[in-house]
Design a protein around this ligand. Structure first.
Ligand code: GDP
Length: 351
């Protein structure tokens, strides 16, 4: 079952109520013919009084200032579109973490368009850049493959990127949509990771299956999947190690965990989500490539977008990894998490 993470926006008066299980059905509702079509909004990201998470525009303040502050001022101050201008634009886009490839493609396109048919003004050139960047992200909005009766989501990424926090946020979001998640503390190498997951489990009222530090991750996963079945849970979210204290290769360990999952729930994991820290930018991209090649990733969670002035990495992810960004993390609270909406993202960035 493909789980749609977007729904039509609600009228103001109902927008203040917490998400109820029935919202799952609403989330998948399609406008009847003739019915006015409201813009879709990510579920649970609506205003909810004091519970409201940061909105996307707030979360992108640093990036907007970072990338577009610098780029905008170039277009304003240096209206002559000569070679020096394109070179400097390239430099600034690289600083904003768009990456060498993506930057070169974008600037080359502008250069050749200008050579063929001059832009009337620097403003026009800026609009052309904006349109090409928006086109990179496309229109497709993410969904999750969460089949009934049991969906398994494996969450991977190096330590410190925000894996545990993202798992808690995801569990919170799915609970709001009527799913019954169970968390598995598969990072048995760090005692702190196990404790942290248990704390988040209490906060989100989500059961957690854990064993003592140092135990075999495969055994915890096995237990977790059995416990989920016997307790009637429908979504198992598995935390994994981001670094090993043993000599075992991390990727090998993750592949082993995948095999154990598949043996118990054939075809699972249904989603393998890689958490990337937006602050680490291009380094994160290298990590993502390694994980994607070795473990098979179905989508990304881009965390800490609020702390980053380098949200430009989103564009190089879109172009270079060809992996969907499924969620963005925009703060340390449970509500600071949203399905990634490329159009809303571009809109907020270029506002
Ligand atoms: P893990 O080692 O990958 O499991 O990382 P944690 O989930 O423990 O997170 C590491 C740190 O990043 C913690 O201090 C979190 O509060 C913080 N963090 C996680 N996600 C976000 C986010 O989206 N925004 C901000 N600002 N901080 C975050």
């Amino acid at each position: 079952m493909v789980f749609n993470l977007f729904k039509r926006s609600q009228p103001k008066e109902t927008a203040a109520t917490p998400a109820a299980p029935s919202e799952l059905a609403q989330a998948q509702a399609v406008a009847a013919p003739g019915e006015p079509v409201e813009p879709d909004v990510p579920v649970l990201v609506r205003e909810r009084g004091s519970e409201a998470g940061k909105n996307i525009a707030q979360s992108l303040e640093r990036t907007r200032g970072g990338i577009f502050g610098a780029v905008r001022s170039m277009f304003q101050q240096r209206p002559e579109l000569n070679e020096a201008f394109w070179d400097e634009l390239e430099e600034r886009l690289i600083q904003a973490d768009l990456g060498a490839h993506t930057t070169a493609d974008l600037v080359d396109e502008l250069r050749s368009r200008h050579a063929k048919r001059r832009f009337d003004s620097a403003d026009d050139a800026q609009m052309a850049l904006r349109d090409s960047m928006i086109a990179l992200l496309g229109n497709e909005r993410p969904s999750l493959n969460l089949p009934e009766p049991m969906a398994v989501v494996l969450v991977i990424g190096v330590n410190g990127v925000g894996k545990t926090t993202s798992i808690a946020k995801l569990a919170h979001l799915l609970t709001g949509l009527g799913r019954k998640p169970l968390l598995v503390a598969g990072d048995t190498f760090r005692a702190a990771a196990i404790d942290q997951l248990k704390i988040w489990g209490e906060r989100t009222r989500t059961p957690v299956v854990a064993q003592s530090p140092g135990s075999d991750p495969g055994a915890v996963v096995f237990d977790g999947l059995q416990a989920a079945t016997s307790r009637g849970m429908d979504t198992v979210i598995i935390d994994t190690a981001g670094r090993l204290h043993t000599k075992t290769n991390l990727m090998e360990e993750l592949r082993k965990v995948r095999r154990i999952i598949d043996r118990q729930v054939p075809g699972a994991p249904h989603e393998t989500l890689l958490v990337l820290d937006a602050v680490t930018g291009q380094n994160g991209l290298m990590q993502a490539k390694t994980f994607a090649e070795s473990v098979g990733v179905t989508g990304l969670i881009l965390s800490k977008l609020d702390s980053s002035a380098k949200g430009g990495v989103v564009f190089s992810i879109a172009q270079e990894l060809k992996l969907p960004i499924k969620f963005i993390g925009t703060g340390e609270q449970l509500q600071d998490f949203a399905p990634f909406d490329p159009q809303a993202f571009s809109g907020a960035l270029f506002k």
